[in-house]
Write a protein that binds this ligand. Sequence first.
Ligand SMILES: [Zn+2]
Length: 97
Amino acid sequence: MKPRDRINRLKKLYLIMVAVGFLALGILAFTEKYISPGPFKTLLYGALTLFLAGNILLHIGIRCPKCKAILGYVIIFSAGKAYECPRCRIKFDEEMP
Ligand SMILES: [Zn+2]
């Protein structure tokens, strides 16, 4: 498997967590008056946790398969496509040995 496949899969998973958490927060905001406070609080914290965890994992949860450098910033914020690990220079599009 190429490192990029692994990275993209993780990235997709974390983005889904953020999206689902965000969506749940939006839905909760509109349904607050229909839900009793107890379950509402549980759902709210659940959605918040999912949203925050997804965000955090996007930043620190994507690591270089070789040197374990944290790649979140490189992957998310690089203007172009990131081609290699900034620390060990492993190429993301080459098969792992
Ligand atoms: Zn590396």
